[in-house]
Each structure stands twice: as structure tokens, then as C-alpha cells.
Design a protein around this ligand. Sequence first.
Ligand code: DOR
Ligand code: ZN
Ligand code: ZN
Length: 446
Amino acid sequence: MIADLVLNNTKAYIKGEILECSIAIEDGKFVKIGKQPQMPNADQKVDLHGMLVLPGLIDGHVHLRDEEKAYKEDFISGTSAAAAGGFTTVLDMPNNLPLTNSVETLKNRLDIAKRRTLVNVGLYSEFPERLMEIPQISREGAVGFKLFMGNQIGGLNVDDNQVLEAGFRTAGEAGMVVAVHAEDKDQIMFNEQQFKKAKRDCVKDFLLAHTEQTEVQAIKRALKITGDTNVHLHFCHVTSKRGLETIKEAKKTRKKVTCEVTPNHLMLTSADTARYGMMAIMAPPLRAKIHQEALLEGVNTGVIDTIGSDHAPHTIEEKSVNSVWEVKVGIPGLETTLPLMLTLVKKNRLTFQRLVEVFAEKPAEIYGLINKGKLEKEKDADLTIINYNQHWTINASKFKSKAKFSLYNGWEAIGKPIKTYVKGILIMDEDEIVARPGSGKIIQKQ
Ligand code: DOR
Ligand code: ZN
Ligand code: ZN
């Protein structure tokens, strides 16, 4: 056998341990993992000089935009950012223009993505208006459905419990995960109207409108609606202690409940919103320290299943408006997420094992990506290679993302992704994108 590629001199994360080994790759799969003398001959051999090698990391929550929002980000810039940030697979949210919520819009978006992506990309769909389209959207390969509860975006009336239940039921029958943005629309709208009437529009008013209670209420409501359906609910970006406690309780009786946190809610607090102003506005917003601490504990204990960047690129102009009710919510995150979490590991605030679980093993399990998430023979040869000891400074002007701003600009990080391989192809090498658009693969739910 002649392999396509052998990586020598690696420290690889395999079954919970870091092992010195070599890795052989053929036709985009791992074919042998072991000592260097046992490796097959190969067309190409690379010496990784003892660098840390992880199974390709998965970010289950990104907004890649493109289509009519390409001025903010497109598949090329967004997946370049992913590769630079150490992610080999990203799952794209459906609040696009046009909205991804039908067979037609999904097919069209898949077609565009196919030609432009540098890493593996899976697409979420919003719920369609007609539930009978759900099985077909599933067959076309959407990785899941997204439900925004904080505002009316998709085809299901978010005010109507019965409609939501039918949506959950049908998605469950099709074996689709439903990712939930849990904020209570009515409460937020009411709060917002009060502030607008009082002519209040500062950053702190946004935080007061998007209270912890709006999240807790939406989580409780979504859980209640699941009833006897078989649906898998995955709560996106949990931000509150009580929200997390509610999910923890639900997990005792429901098998298919999982949740995510963003690095923003682990690294920053509402005090930072005051400091950064409009730039730090995101939905749900940053919260007080007590929540931040509960979230980090939740990651370490396993109540929180995944970390997603919620990469939400906007233009500087969109983030520089005067009224908080006009500002576009969210910040880019693909190029800072992994370094920030590696830094937490270095500071003993997060275990290394949990880092691999939340970015690889768990997302692979939740989305049914059976060939991903582990460094094992016959799995897809997606790899994230890290210089674990590199001290460096985050510089947003160097981002591959079109959104060249960050709340972490100037922060010191320890640990840096230095190479990403997607199905055995080198995509990013030392901050440079070295592959062509289209090198990434489309992930379709099996
Ligand atoms: O902060 C956010 N940004 N929250 C959302 O719900 C949407 C997202 C975006 O698309 O920008
Ligand atoms: Zn969201
Ligand atoms: Zn999001």
C-alpha cells in the first residue's frame, strides 16, 4: 500500500490520551495510526515536530452569510476564517437572504457552498411554512432545523404552541436536530417598546430588555412543547445560570436534550458591554459574572455539551450606529474561539479532554457525523494541528473573515492552530490558506 500522506512526529489525541505517533492517510481517510516504522510508504511525508494533533474540530454554530448578505461574509471568507481558526467542519445557520427554509433555497445554497467552501460545511434550514416539506428538506441534506424564538424568522408561528409542537414532532420523525435560540419574543418586544417610548437606546437598555428571565422562560416553554415527541432539542448559546439549571433538570428525564455555550459568554460579562459599547451587543447578551462562572462550570461538568462560536459577521458601519435598537447583533468568532479556549486550558480553567469533547466528539454525535470527531482508522482525515505553547496576540485586522473587528483584539492567547487538513488536504498552513475554494466538502445528514 502507498498512502497519500504520512504525518510523522505528532502528539495526537487518541481515545483520551496524547500519544506520540504517526498517521497515514489515503483517499481522505485515516488508514493507519501507529509508530513511524509501521507506516506504509507515502507520496508525501510531513514532519510535524511534536505538534499537537486533534481530530478536526467542529463548530456547530456559524453564520456564513453569502448570497445577498455576502457583503458581510461569504463561503470563501467564512470558511477561510474557519480553517485559520482550526475548524475543519462548520454548520451554517439559516437566517440568510433569501432565508434558507425550503427545498429550493436549501438546494440553491448547497450549490453555492459546494463551489466556495474550504472546510466541510453543513447547512441548517429554518422551518418551512408547510410541515410536509420537512422530510424532503431532510433528504436534501440539511443538518438540522433552527428555531428562533426571540423573533419571527422561519415558517412556524413562534407564538403558537400547537404549531411548534407539530414542527418538533415532524422534525423528530425525520431524525432532525432542532437548534433553538431561546429568548422570549413577547417579553423582549414589550421591554423594547417601553424603552423606545422612554427614548432610551443605550447598550445597557438592550441588556435590560433581553433579561435572564426571557431566556429561562423560552427554554421552559420549548421543553414543555416537546411533550411526547421524539425530537432532539439543542439549545444554542445558553447564557444564564437558571437557564442552564433548567436544561440540567430536563436532561434527567429527556434523553435528547443538549446545549451549547459561546466563548463570548465564557470570556466576557455585562461589564464588558459597558466598556466595548455597541460592538459587544449580541443576542442573547453578555451577563453578570455569576452566570459566566456557572457556564464554565457547566462546560467542565458536561451539562454543556458543545461550544459554538456563533460567528456572526457584520460590517463596522452596522456595528457603529447610535441606537442600540438599530445595531446588528453578534460578533465574528471563528478565528478567536479555539485560541481563547486553549488559553483557558493553559490556565487550568478547562480540561483538555473537555475541549476535545465539546469541539469534536459531542458535535459529531449530536449531528450524526459518524465519520468525524475522532482520530481513528477509517474516519475522515480531518485534522487540527496546534502549537500548544505559542504565545501570541490576537489581531483582528489579520482575520480572514470580512468582519475585521473583535472584542479580543490585542488579547494574549496561548496556543494557536497552525495547520488544518480537510479529508487529507492541507487547507491552512501557518495562517495562510493554501487550498482552492471548493476543497471543502458538503456535509449531508445521513
Ligand atoms: O448575536 C446574534 N447574531 N444573535 C442572533 O440571534 C443572530 C446572529 C446573527 O445572525 O448575526
Ligand atoms: Zn441565536
Ligand atoms: Zn447564531
